[in-house]
Design a protein around this ligand. Structure first.
Ligand SMILES: [Fe+2]
Length: 189
């Protein structure tokens, strides 16, 4: 969850990048707030990894399956997935389309929640579980808040066409009172 496809680095980068093109100021602020909170989560996960690995000896490195990571990073914390794949910006989008971006954000929060569920299925340590449960709960809240953000964006648009064009770029896209069945998919021009 530090640098994986549904991890905290991807979440913070996604929202803090998407906020610039989000025309609705409240939703842009929402992205800024949640993106900043995800940076805090990144620090929490990094701290957890550090606390779980500091002081381990080479026998523990070998027996715990930590050896491959150890060769590259010793006990340093580095953004990669649980499967060892390095963090990449290709794991998230900033599409410049408010509906596309917010739908991705809602899916991302659910994917993060699923990932934390999987960690809870594997981990017995109660101190680790409490941290993971806290982070999981925040993902659920973020999913709900992005749902509110999507509703705010949709409420500003003509409901007949907001799935058929990009209101962040196409002129007239989603303008209320502008679309009729004879018009093209990008609304009024
Ligand atoms: Fe989140």
């Amino acid at each position: 969850m530090y640098g994986g496809p549904d991890g905290e680095m991807g979440a913070s980068m996604r929202y803090l990048a998407q906020k610039f093109a989000m025309k609705n100021n409240k939703v842009s602020g929402l992205l800024n707030d949640i993106g900043t909170e995800e940076l805090g989560h990144l620090e929490i996960v990094g701290t957890l990894v550090h606390q779980l690995t500091r002081g381990i000896d080479i026998e523990e490195v070998k027996s715990s399956g930590f050896d491959k990571y150890f060769v590259d990073h010793t006990l340093g914390v580095w953004p990669q997935s649980a499967g060892g794949y390095p963090f990449s910006a290709s794991e998230f989008q900033s599409k410049g389309d408010p509906i596309t971006d917010l739908v991705e954000d809602m899916a991302a929060e659910q994917k993060a929640r699923t990932t934390y569920d999987n960690i809870l299925r594997l981990v017995d340590n109660p101190d680790v579980r409490e941290v993971i449960k806290f982070l999981r709960a925040r993902e659920v809240v973020h999913f709900q808040r992005f749902g509110e953000g999507l509703r705010m964006v949709q409420d500003d648009l003509n409901s007949k066409n907001f799935y058929a064009c990009n209101p962040g770029f196409d002129k007239g896209c989603g303008v209320k009172g502008c679309m009729d069945s004879s018009n093209n998919s990008c609304g009024c021009r």
